[in-house]
Design a protein around this ligand. Structure first.
Ligand SMILES: Nc1nc2c(ncn2[C@@H]2O[C@H](COP(=O)(O)OP(=O)(O)OP(=O)(O)O)[C@@H](O)[C@H]2O)c(=O)[nH]1
Ligand SMILES: [Mg+2]
Length: 210
């Protein structure tokens, strides 16, 4: 169960295809190894799980990590039911949905369909709460930016997906161990979460929106 109602309390959920770095990004956000994140040929996270960090300045962050989404509507539908239950558990609602992609993988038709399946199951409104997180930021190289990367070769399905998410994007490198760099990335993510809160007039996402 999420921590008590509080304007300093935020709840986010991570969604995306298997192995894209959801659990690693969740750990970057929480500032500790709360969730299992592994190099693996198969799916690692088997069930939804919520964990909470309370930061030194009193902010509370609840993070819901989820298993990877599947390509098929039928399998995703079963998964979505479980995710929906967890969204219900977050009694203050969900402040932002982090749709996790990996800079190491091609943005395939399957990634685009995972996004469409989410919109179909949770309602198109969910896109208003989405931030597209590109994990594996280390793959960008030292001086390249996401804009450079997207300008070079961005499949139209990705352009469409980003547009539907209000072009809210962030790159995260979960491979960093330096605490200062990690906390800088955390703050960048959390400041985007605040943008989403503002965009939605302070109203978190709840299941009764669909
Ligand atoms: N180099 C690098 N590796 C990363 C990064 N983020 C995640 N990884 C690695 O990618 C692999 C998969 O990460 P996970 O966090 O387990 O991915 P997941 O989306 O939770 O996977 P499932 O639970 O199976 O859906 C692990 O080996 C992570 O260490 C990153 O930013 N850089
Ligand atoms: Mg995982």
């Amino acid at each position: 169960m999420a921590e008590s109602s509080n304007s300093r309390s935020r709840t986010v959920v991570l969604l995306g295809k298997m192995g894209n770095g959801k659990s690693a990004t969740a750990n970057t956000l929480l500032g500790r190894e709360a969730f299992e994140s592994l190099h693996s040929l198969g799916s690692v996270t088997a069930a939804c799980k919520l964990d909470t960090s309370v930061f030194d300045d009193g902010r509370i962050l609840n993070v819901i990590d989820t298993p990877g989404l599947f390509d098929s509507y039928v399998e995703s539908n079963a998964m979505a039911k479980e995710i929906a239950q967890w969204i219900n558990l977050a009694k203050d609602g969900i402040h932002a949905v982090l749709f996790v992609l990996s800079l190491r993988n091609r943005f395939s038709e399957e990634e685009a369909s995972a996004f469409e399946v989410l919109c179909h199951i949770f309602g198109a409104k969910i896109a208003d709460y989405m931030i597209v997180v590109f994990s594996h930021g280390d793959a960008l190289g030292k001086n390249a930016t996401l804009d450079d990367y997207l300008a070079k070769n961005c499949p139209h399905q990705l352009t469409d997906t980003l547009k539907k998410c209000g072009n809210r994007t962030v790159v995260v490198n979960n491979w960093v161990e330096d605490e200062e760099r990690l906390s800088k990335q955390r703050e960048e993510l959390l400041s985007l979460v605040e943008t989403v809160v503002e965009v939605n007039g302070g109203n978190p996402y709840t299941n009764d929106l669909f």
